[in-house]
Design a protein around this ligand. Structure first.
Ligand code: SF4
Length: 486
């Protein structure tokens, strides 16, 4: 690919990732050897740390059951807790705004920024912001956006998209980040070690924190009985974003509600262990309304934008389980597909198994019906999910819908129709599998099949082991005959 066409492709992918077919996005990811190194470094580490944290917590299974029931209770009584949260947030001095769609949410935030006369805003990492397209909306409105989370800062410098919900710059190696900082920071450090790079980012961002007119954050939990919001970060950037500017805007999905602080604490323990394997994040902060008389710091205005953007639809259309999601990222760290292709190939704001369930809601099934198909249904995502979301079942639901709506390519529909016919006629099926097994063996060399006619899409990136000489049924029948003979 030429440099010009590659640049055109990157820009097409940045503006609409779905403009490039899914199989091409996958191929691009699989061909990128640096990406695989970057994914392995982070996800292997995350898996090990999560496993150790769970092993060290004897009450994990009970907490998981409790966490699931807390979230499910809130989803089942969402109308009650939303009203309670709003009343308490207003009492604390916050202003509450409601947005049904991503466009409405962005319009509210832009309007608040304009009313505040904001030229520059700082943002603490928020996946909801990515979901609703807030970074682009701010840029289109001519407002300077400063991403303050270290990984988001990297993503912004590289004009990239986040590729993981916990580690947005997971797709970049340390070496690439060092290069990026050298090219973009005003006073880059000479050394490539992590401490020096962090110091360089800190130096770069410090003045921006102080200069921002508005700070925008997300929320990990909305606490109904106090109207408070809770943010968890590891870098303290959320505190600088929410405390220094005169105006603080929180954007949060309506499913982030919990009844009380004690419920939030149960979920917090599950979230942090599942996300990073730590006992607690470095910073867990509760914000309740604007600065009061006598307070030394805090915003003068505190706005909370409660966003639906398809959540009510999810609740009403068989995807209510998904609203339990804590955004811990464990499902993607354990997903055999994510660990090969990374996050960008998924196209939506949320990658991995949880992204494959949610993207059809946000971007439409027509654009994203390939995602639920790109799943082995091995169940490891559900096994590690701290709130037991049945991701494989939800993905199967999308597959069925996409079949009913005729979204699969004709060749797939015909092949499956052919297979279904065979499966209903056992005699034909046995003959077919016998022939297929024997035929495949002809293409094996040294115990492996490296290319196969009509299956080049499969063999391009992986080899098949040579099939056994006989099918399972042939072997089974043989065993039965031997047994009968005694
Ligand atoms: S689906 Fe479960 S494992 Fe995946 S991000 Fe959400 S809470 Fe975590």
């Amino acid at each position: 690919m030429t440099t010009a066409s590659s640049a055109a492709r990157s820009s097409a992918q940045a503006s609409d990732p779905f403009s490039i077919p899914f199989d091409e996005r996958i191929k691009e990811a699989l061909d990128n050897k640096t990406l695989k190194i970057a994914i392995d470094r982070t996800t292997n580490n995350a898996r090990d740390k999560r496993a150790a944290a769970v092993a060290a917590w004897p009450g994990f299974a009970e907490a998981r059951t409790l966490g699931k029931s807390i979230k499910q209770h809130v989803i089942d009584h969402l109308d009650h807790y939303l009203v309670e949260f709003e009343a308490n947030a207003l009492r604390s001095g916050a202003k509450v705004h409601w947005a049904s769609t991503s466009d409405e949410a962005c319009a509210i935030v832009i309007d608040l920024c304009r009313k505040a006369g904001a030229k520059s805003v700082t943002r603490a990492k928020s996946m909801l912001g990515e979901e609703i397209g807030l970074p682009h909306a701010l840029e289109d409105a001519g407002i300077t956006r400063v991403e303050t989370d270290l990984a988001e800062h990297i993503v912004q410098l590289a004009h990239d998209r986040p590729s993981h919900i916990i580690w947005p710059a997971l797709h970049r190696t340390r070496e690439e980040v060092a290069e990026l900082f050298r090219a973009n920071h005003h006073k880059p450090q000479n050394s490539d070690d992590i401490e020096s790079m962090v110091a360089s980012a800190r130096e770069e961002l410090r003045g921006r924190f102080l200069a921002a007119d508005v700070g925008i954050s997300g929320a990990n939990f909305l606490i109904a009985d106090s109207g408070a919001i809770c943010t968890v970060t590891n870098e303290g950037n959320a505190e600088l974003t929410t405390t220094i500017p005169r105006v603080h805007i929180v954007t949060a999905g309506i499913e982030k509600l919990v009844p009380s602080l004690s419920h939030a604490m149960v979920l917090l323990r599950l979230l942090v262990r599942s996300a990073t394997g730590a006992d607690l994040t470095q910073y867990t902060t509760f914000h309740c309304g604007p600065k009061r008389r006598g307070d030394r710091d805090g915003p003068e205005e505190f706005h909370i934008v409660l966003v639906d953007n398809g959540r009510t639809k999810m609740r009403n259309e068989g995807l209510a389980d998904m609203l339990r999601c804590l955004r811990c990222g464990a499902c993607m760290n354990h997903c055999v597909v994510f660990r090969q292709i990374g996050g960008h190939a998924y196209g939506g704001a949320y990658p991995g198994p949880m992204g494959s369930v949610m993207t059809p809601i946000f971007n439409g099934l027509e654009k994203s019906h390939d995602l639920p198909q790109a799943c082995t249904l091995n169940g490891s995502c559900q096994e590690v999910c701290p709130v037991d979301i049945p991701l494989p079942t939800l993905l199967r639901g999308w597959r069925e819908k996409s079949w009913r709506e005729g979204l699969e390519p004709q060749i797939v529909r015909q092949s499956l129709g052919f297979w279904a016919f065979g499966a209903r006629h056992p005699f034909l099926y046995h003959i077919g599998t016998r022939l297929a097994v024997r035929g495949m063996r002809l293409f094996a060399k040294g115990g492996w099949i490296r290319s196969l006619p009509l299956a080049s899409g499969w063999t391009r990136h992986r080899d098949f082991p040579k099939p056994a000489p006989r099918t399972f049924m042939e072997e089974w029948n043989q065993q039965q005959r031997l047994k009968a003979k005694g």
